[in-house]
Ligand binder design. Structure first.
Ligand code: ARG
Length: 577
């Protein structure tokens, strides 16, 4: 249990002993440090509840506090200011040097959450927006930290028209391929007739042509239907495209340290579609409208428009609504989770609201199921508009990675050369991309400012990694892996330790609100406090043994925290930079 939680439990016991009930004890970080590190403001609430003077209640409570805190004083109408005793901070935080778990306040019961993130569309190149798969990945790691169970699924968009378009384009260029010969009985070639470079050319070309040429678009649609229905040649070609495209995307996901437990896609939900439709029909929640099967999810108090879900279109085909419902049925059967959290572009908000309503209304999931749509904002270019390359084209994720790499590489020390230089540049590139992507509030759009994001100063991934590297090499240089904090010799060290007491709260908020921003801010603040200490004191030359040991102990503590938090964000450290 964290120190803050322990202290709150202690205060709660005091309230109980005074027969005060009905409020949740919560310590607040004090804004006026001259009065204390933390504040307890419950006296005002209790005063209302019990019709008493808040100051009197505060005095009653304060007089009972004889553990954890010192310097207890009351300000204003009844704010109780509290300062941790040094020995309490030292004893508790020394445990955190090797054990990060003391900073994580686990929930009472373990939950199992399916995470749906990544979601790349097969046959199309990953664009800048796909960088945001970082959010889902970080949440996957955060869930592990809290000892809950996470099941990460990339949910490929592998069942739609983009692939039909690419097949149509292949047909245009190589009509002689056996895939298009209806009399061919197989087996089909094992080697793909298209490479990932081909896909990069075919998809944009086909997409453009389909907008100008109606016949071509219709042919692509028919091809889509064919691979969906399992026509052997077209299905075989579909499989090749899926494999080539996945391999390409996976390289980038790997580069970004994004891992998935399952590599399912929309196509895997296909075999659950009939069952899903039967289920919905049996619940009497569907209806036929203009030849289509639909489901209303409107509620009386809706303030915005809430269109029905289209389950089966009038031409007999199914779309995004139905694959998402079938995927949920599949996940319920395979994993029986407590919730499914989606990490998708904010603009899909309405779609997911419809889906969540449909699942609860029909009983596909239990009433208290933890569905969450964790929408994210758009990444814009320096002009505040969707990110473009210098020649005006759409910026691919590969292009963005290269832009960051090329900006960072020259900033690395000259004596780091060869393979190692490349490795360091890659790690710093990922650190930059992740930190800047996780720092803003999830839902907000942000401008990708490559110069700002690759700076050694300010709230950047490089600044945090740099500080971490600095501490690690200091500890290695001293060669001391056992020293612990013995005393708090100065204000700088005290500030670091107090900041660290706030970490469990930060992690809990981060998890509850699914907002990694809090970790990024915390990392920045902790690094700033450590660097202030590092510049003001010479650790190596400290002659007092106890003080020196304490400096090393604090450094080891800060290192352990930075290391674990960076890992949660999916950022690797470097040995030097
Ligand atoms: N492939 C989708 C897209 O690019 C994202 C998938 C999100 N997940 C889901 N279950 N619908 O828009």
């Amino acid at each position: 249990m964290s120190l803050i939680k322990e202290a709150e439990v202690y205060l709660n016991d005091i309230l109980k002993s005074l027969n005060y009930e009905g409020i949740a004890v919560r310590l607040e970080v004090s804004s006026k440090r001259e009065f204390g590190q933390y504040q307890f403001n419950g006296a005002m609430q209790l005063a209302k509840r019990y019709g008493k003077n808040p100051r009197e209640i505060a005095e009653e409570i304060a007089s009972k506090i004889d553990k954890y805190f010192e310097n207890i004083n009351i300000q204003g109408p009844g704010f109780i200011n509290l300062t941790f005793k040094n020995e309490v901070l030292i004893e508790h935080l020394n445990k955190g040097i090797n054990d990060f778990d003391i900073f994580v306040d686990k929930g009472e019961k373990t939950k199992k959450i399916v995470l749906d993130y990544g979601g790349a569309n097969i046959a199309k190149e990953l664009h800048v927006g796909h960088l945001r798969c970082n959010i889902g990945e970080a949440v996957r790691r955060l869930i592990k930290l809290f000892k809950d169970e996470s099941i990460g699924d990339v949910h490929w968009g592998d069942w739609g028209t983009p692939i039909g378009l690419v097949i149509r384009e292949i047909q245009e260029n190589n009509p002689e391929l056996p895939y298009f010969d209806e009399n061919y009985t197989g087996p089909y070639p094992e080697i793909s007739p298209v490479t990932s470079e081909d896909l990069g050319i075919y998809y944009p070309r086909a997409s453009k042509r389909s907008k100008e040429d109606e016949k071509y678009a219709e042919e692509a649609r028919i091809l889509t239907e064919k691979f969906q229905k399992g026509v052997p040649g077209i299905r075989a070609l579909w499989r090749h495209i899926v494999n080539v495209s996945k391999e390409d995307c996976n390289k980038i996901y790997d580069y970004l340290n994004c891992k998935f437990d399952y590599s399912y896609g929309e196509s895997d939900a296909d075999s659950y579609v009939d069952e899903t439709l039967e289920f919905l029909k049996s619940k009497g929640v569907t209806e036929v409208s203009d030849g289509a099967l639909i489901m209303h999810v409107k509620e009386d108090d809706d303030k915005k428009e809430m269109p029905p879900l289209i389950l089966v279109k009038s031409n007999g085909s199914i779309g995004y609504d139905t694959t998402d419902l079938a995927t949920i049925l599949q996940r319920m059967k395979d994993f029986n989770p407590d919730g499914i959290w989606y990490f998708v572009d904010e603009r899909q908000n309405l779609h997911f609201e419809q889906i969540f309503r449909a699942c609860k209304k029909s009983g596909l999931v239990p009433e208290d199921f933890d569905f969450r749509f964790n929408g994210f904002g758009t990444i814009n270019g320096p002009d505040g508009k969707p990110f473009k390359t210098r020649d005006g084209g759409v910026m691919s994720l590969k292009g963005l990675i290269k832009l960051v790499y090329d900006t960072i590489e020259p900033k690395i020390k000259d004596d780091i050369v060869g393979e190692e230089r490349i490795d360091v540049a890659n790690k710093l590139t990922v650190a930059t991309l992740k930190f800047s992507d996780l720092l803003p509030n999830r839902e907000t759009d942000y401008i990708f400012d490559v110069d700002k994001f690759t700076s050694f100063e300010g709230k950047t991934g490089i600044y945090v990694v740099y500080t971490t590297t600095r501490i690690k090499s200091l500890i290695n240089k001293i060669g001391d892996n056992t020293s612990e904090i013995k005393l708090i010799p100065n204000e700088e060290i005290l500030n670091i330790l107090v900041k660290i007491t706030e970490l469990p709260r930060t992690l809990t908020s981060c998890y509850r609100e699914v907002n990694l921003s809090y970790i990024c801010e915390f990392l920045y603040e902790l690094c700033s406090l450590y660097n202030k200490f590092y510049t003001n004191f010479n650790i190596m030359n400290e002659s007092d043994e106890e003080i020196k040991a304490s400096y090393i102990g604090v450094s080891r503590l800060v290192y352990n925290i930075l290391h674990n938090l960076l890992d949660t964000l999916g950022i690797d450290e470097v040995e030097k930079m």
